[in-house]
Design a protein around this ligand. Structure first.
Ligand SMILES: Cc1cc2nc3c(=O)[nH]c(=O)nc-3n(C[C@H](O)[C@H](O)[C@H](O)COP(=O)(O)O)c2cc1C
Length: 207
């Protein structure tokens, strides 16, 4: 698969980190195009203590990437800005209300917004992992507009029934659900629950 993963300035940088690590390790994935919005850098610094764009991927996945390439959000001429570039879909994780609005309005004024716009026009999967609470009516309308144009609204809402032992495991399980949705089910999904289920005789997760 060839995928695009973008990070925007919403809370939840840890979710993107877990998704990137899984994509880097996944043999079914040939290439990941990665874009971080300018505002995501502020959140990365506040939530993960990662500062600046230099070696951002290394800092996120813990080693030099072998299949993930980074593009600047200002580079609207990058390959993923064109519909003729092969792609199996795009994930925005996390997706801010600002980026959601830009996509819903079709502004295409940054690489992330343009790549999302192209993904929709080419009828490819676009997963918007929106993160805000509570939603105002503008957020709700923009989610509806994006969904009507073909996007999947996949809110950053973790599951609790799998009883994750910490925030990293919770983030990993959420990111695995996103990857499964785009066609990459992860074999290590819900490991904690399976182990606990063996101990306690309980069933596995429901969805
Ligand atoms: C620490 C931090 C957390 C934020 N969390 C959110 C959030 O969860 N959802 C959201 O829509 N915006 C959030 N914002 C505000 C966005 O970063 C801001 O609206 C920004 O313009 C989004 O730009 P982008 O979509 O180009 O990345 C947060 C900002 C900061 C500094």
């Amino acid at each position: 698969m060839i995928l695009t993963l973008a990070i925007t300035g919403a809370s939840g940088a840890i979710l993107a980190r877990e998704a990137l690590r899984a994509l880097e390790a996944d043999e079914r994935v040939a290439r990941v195009h990665f874009v971080a919005s300018e505002n995501s850098l502020r959140v990365l610094a506040e939530e993960l203590g990662i500062s600046g764009r230099n070696n951002l991927l290394e800092k996120l996945i813990g080693s030099a990437p072998t299949k993930i390439v980074q593009h600047f959000d200002a580079d609207i001429g990058a390959a993923i800005a064109s519909g003729s570039h092969p792609s199996d879909g795009m994930i925005i994780l996390p997706c801010s209300m600002g980026t959601l609005a830009t996509i819903a309005m079709g502004l295409a004024d940054s690489l992330i917004a343009r790549a999302a716009d192209v993904t929709l026009k080419e009828r490819r999967p676009l997963i918007l992992c929106v993160r805000e609470t509570p939603f105002n009516r503008i957020h709700l309308r923009n989610m509806t507009l994006a969904a009507e144009a073909g996007a999947t609204i996949f809110p950053c809402i973790p599951a609790f029934y799998a009883q994750p032992k910490d925030s990293s495991e919770m983030a990993r399980e959420f990111s695995f659900r996103v990857l499964a949705h785009i066609g990459l089910p992860q074999k290590d999904a819900y490991v904690g629950k399976r182990e606990k289920g063996r101990d306690q005789g309980t069933k596995g997760p429901r969805d």
